[in-house]
Design a protein around this ligand. Structure first.
Ligand SMILES: C[S@@+](CC[C@H](N)C(=O)[O-])C[C@H]1O[C@@H](n2cnc3c(N)ncnc32)[C@H](O)[C@@H]1O
Length: 183
């Protein structure tokens, strides 16, 4: 089966990722067709892949492993306590990744693969929301991840920062104020 994906899952990167995971249990959200989970399982990683099948994920070309149909926040509520690492590759540019991250919490690491928004550099990525990048901080970057689709993607370990809820609340309030102008 052809291996469609947004993330760039080459052997060298997967080996580095598995080494970093180091036997910990992984919850994957925004999994799409399950390609990354399949490749990590083949390398011995204990992983629970979840996604919604809204599209933009090639699942219509076939699934690479069973993926549970669950919104990211519900997946964290259901499996978060049993997992050590939260993984997301090319999450969509809504607040869903932000809400899932807040529910995941500050204690445990997340692995993020995708385009990066950095407003200070006038760089606007197509994954996750502005608030996600404001409320999380990179603690490690995977050097072997090769940029594929765009010049602004990377793979990193991120931590949720204190004050994440306030950042999300401010973003939601701003959006609600914008919507009010339509009434
Ligand atoms: C751009 S695809 C990325 C798929 C895959 N991770 C990859 O790298 O190719 C985003 C996936 O997230 C799913 N999705 C969208 N909103 C979601 C949500 N709120 N919770 C979980 N998954 C969601 C989409 O249906 C799709 O399967």
């Amino acid at each position: 089966m052809k291996e469609y994906s947004w993330g760039n899952f080459e052997d060298q990167f997967l080996d580095e990722l598995v080494q970093w995971i180091d036997g910990r249990r992984v919850l994957e959200v925004f999994s799409g067709n399950g390609l990354l989970a399949k490749k990590l399982r083949e390398r011995g990683v204990d992983i629970i892949p979840t996604t919604t099948f809204q599209g933009h994920d090639f699942h219509e070309h076939g699934m690479h492993c069973d993926v549970e149909e669950l919104p990211a926040s519900n997946a964290v509520k259901k499996y978060g306590d049993d997992c050590d690492v939260l993984l997301m590759s090319w999450p969509v540019a809504t607040e869903d990744a932000s809400v899932a991250s807040i529910l995941w919490g500050e204690e445990k690491p997340m692995i993020y693969i995708g385009e990066v928004t950095d407003l200070a550099k006038h760089q606007l990525g197509g994954c996750a929301s502005d608030s996600f990048f404001e409320m999380t901080k990179v603690s490690h970057t995977f050097q072997s991840y090769r940029r594929g689709r765009s010049g602004i993607e990377h793979a990193s370990v991120r931590r949720v920062l204190p004050g994440a809820r306030e950042i999300l609340k401010r973003a939601v309030d701003e959006w609600n104020n914008t919507l009010r102008t339509f009434r």
